[in-house]
Design a protein around this ligand. Structure first.
Ligand code: FAD
Ligand code: NAP
Length: 568
């Protein structure tokens, strides 16, 4: 274990936030011999997965269910418990985080009910000065060599700019403050935005007895079910598919985008054929594509749209009266009691970090963010970082979690990200040059601007290209792409020759994060003895589910035939 980190820095590290991503950072840095201190302002770990009625905090509601299967949502060396359903509830995910923290003895490194109130930089001593305030204690400042900001990317509500808002007499609320659906019983509610939060909120509103729900959205969207073709949705992708997609994407990026759109559209048509001609997903609206939007995963929204229980309407043009508004297609809606804005969030580090370290600070951007469209500059806030993770100003000591979006499982991917970061900062993986880092950030920024020309984007950190995943695996030292699907690597040939069935499972089966802990490539990163069994278990679960779904479909077919016979 080396006493020094990269660039001759020491190994004390502060992690701000003990949500899903901060927790795994604590674990991975401890494993690399860092002295880790984590501050969490809440009295619990798990961040937004802990349902809270506090209106200033974004959180799951008790009815929230994960949109990633338990197999892909897991940390790489800690599967979700066997008795957890395929898609765990918020409470089960929260319990899982508690188990993870207990298993790896993380709690003693986490200071609960302790807010970080200010961070300054002492360049002379090369330290981060972190001021904290714990309940009933005076403020305290401590010095650290390294700093990880894991404060969450969904905590600052992004509210739409609605013309004439002052005239509205009903309630206008952002989803962050939407904690008690029953208060809308009997009311007409207009839900703005067509993301996962909006789909979930619509379900809660109708369950709570809302009289009428409108879904106001600017763009067409793709909606997918949690179970597709008898498998969990994310079991339908594999390393083989990702490699083929990556190959096409490298040489023909536009073709790949089209293919991916077509695939998602095809999946939607297969799952919800009735939606094909539905006005919500057709007509004059702008289209989303995989570059600028995330498919919406919802099992209930399609039925609600098709049955008319939810009415899809256009975006809001302006408020026209105490309870009425005009839509962009000229339609007027009257008697609207409440507007629920499920319009996402933006990031803001300005209250915590010094301007010299704030990656959203325009004066640190090469063009002061002048190329960003004005509406986006104000509310979108782009963190300019190397690979969406590492500070360009302090690459050896400052990083940010939660600002890259790599589908499908954000919890597991952030395990991989912090594993890689720990390798870089412990000096086990060579650091890229400043020029290389700046060039990568500039190129990502340029691609973001070109994407924004085609309309809004759902997340400024979408990184769906295989090259990004390959880089993560390379830095983290998982050895995955050397062992699977790489015919120029002897490790791949060896595995293929000696263990063909398992090789095929890795290539074509569930993209299990446990595979990241299988191989030791001699860098000292921790593998996990249970990894193979966990990968096999995930694939066995998938087969059981497939069989069950096949039987269910056959029974349904037989039932329909029987019914037809009876009617005839
Ligand atoms: C309703 C909902 C459902 C979701 N479902 C899924 C899903 O199914 N699958 C998926 O992959 N993603 C999902 N997401 C995305 C989600 O953002 C990530 O899964 C993940 O939980 C984010 O973790 P985080 O640690 O970055 O942020 P958070 O969970 O927000 O944690 C950040 C932590 O930092 C703490 N903190 C902030 N500021 C300070 C400070 N100054 N001092 C001390 N502590 C501080 C906060 O208290 C919090 O505990 C969902 C998001 C929402 C809102
Ligand atoms: N059950 C679950 O698993 C679950 C539940 C909730 C959230 N999540 C996750 O949490 C993250 C955030 O989800 P989210 O739904 O809160 O946010 P989101 O994915 O960012 O979606 C925001 C929606 O608001 C719209 N919007 C943004 N600004 C607008 C404006 N000014 N006017 C009108 N519409 C506007 C967007 O429309 P355009 O498309 O037109 O830009 C988009 O449809 C996602 O990663 C999601 O997967 C998961």
């Amino acid at each position: 274990m080396s006493a020094m980190g990269s660039d001759g820095l020491g190994k004390s590290i502060c992690v701000v936030g003990a949500g899903a991503f901060g927790l795994t950072a604590v674990k991975n840095f401890l494993e690399e011999g860092f002295e880790v201190t984590c501050f969490e302002r809440n009295s619990y770990i798990g961040g937004l997965w802990h349902s809270t009625l506090d209106p200033t905090q974004t959180s799951t509601l008790t009815g929230t269910v994960s949109n990633v299967s338990k197999h892909l949502a897991a940390y790489s060396d800690f599967p979700l418990p066997d008795d957890c359903p395929l898609y765990p509830s918020a409470k089960q995910v929260q319990d899982y985080f508690e188990l993870y923290a207990a298993r790896f003895e993380l709690n003693k490194h986490i200071h609960l009910s302790t807010s970080v109130t200010r961070i300054t930089r002492n360049d002379e001593q090369r330290k981060w000065m972190v001021t904290t305030k714990a309940l009933d204690q005076p403020a305290r400042a401590q010095a650290f060599d390294c700093l990880i900001m894991a404060t969450g990317s969904l905590s600052r509500p992004r509210l739409p700019d609605i013309a004439g808002l002052n005239a509205f007499r009903g309630e206008i609320v952002h989803s962050q403050n939407f904690k008690n659906p029953s208060q809308y019983a009997g009311q007409t509610v207009l839900v703005v935005g067509a993301g996962a939060t909006s789909a979930d909120s619509i379900g809660y509103l109708l369950d709570a007895g809302a009289a009428k729900v409108y879904l106001s959205h600017r763009r067409k969207f793709v909606v997918l079910p949690r179970i597709l073709r008898g498998k969990a949705l994310d079991h339908n992708v594999s390393i083989r598919l990702a490699i083929i997609g990556g190959f096409i994407g490298k040489f023909m990026p536009k073709v790949m985008l089209k293919l991916r759109s077509k695939m998602l559209q095809g999946w939607q048509n297969e799952a919800f054929p009735g939606l094909k001609d539905h006005p919500a997903l057709t007509g004059a609206r702008l289209s989303g594509n995989p570059e600028n939007s995330i498919p919406l995963i919802s099992d209930h929204l399609p039925d609600l749209l098709l049955s008319g229980k939810v009415e899809s309407v256009q975006g809001i043009a302006r408020i026209t009266g105490p309870n009425s508004l005009l839509l962009t297609d000229g339609t007027t809606l009257d008697h609207v009691d409440a507007i629920l804005c499920c319009t996402g969030a933006h990031v803001d580090f300005s209250s915590l970090l010094p301007p010299s370290a704030d990656p959203t600070n325009p004066s640190l951007a090469p063009d002061n963010f002048a190329a960003l469209p004005p509406h986006y500059r104000d509310t979108g806030r782009v963190p300019l970082l190397y690979r969406g993770i590492i500070s360009l100003q302090y690459p050896h000591s400052l990083a940010f979690l939660g600002h890259t979006l790599v589908l499908p499982g954000s919890t597991s991917v952030n395990d991989l990200i912090s594993m890689g970061l720990a390798q870089l900062w412990s000096g086990k993986y060579p650091f890229p040059s400043q020029t290389e880092m700046q060039a990568e950030a500039n190129s990502f920024y340029a691609s973001l601007i070109s994407t924004l020309k085609n309309g809004e984007i759902a997340h400024a950190g979408i990184r769906s290209d295989l090259a990004f995943s390959r880089w993560l695996h390379e830095v983290a030292g998982t050895g995955l792409f050397e062992h699977v699907g790489s015919w120029t690597s002897w490790r791949c040939w060896k595995l293929w020759w000696s263990d063909r069935q398992f090789y095929k499972m890795l290539l074509d089966g569930v993209m299990s994060p446990h595979a990241w802990r299988l191989f030791d490539i001699g860098r000292g990163r921790k593998t996990w003895n249970g990894a193979r069994e966990a990968v096999e278990k995930a694939n066995a679960d998938m087969r059981v589910l497939e069989e069950r779904e096949k039987r269910r479909a056959e029974e349904e077919k037989c039932g329909k035939r029987g019914l037809k016979g009876k009617i005839a």
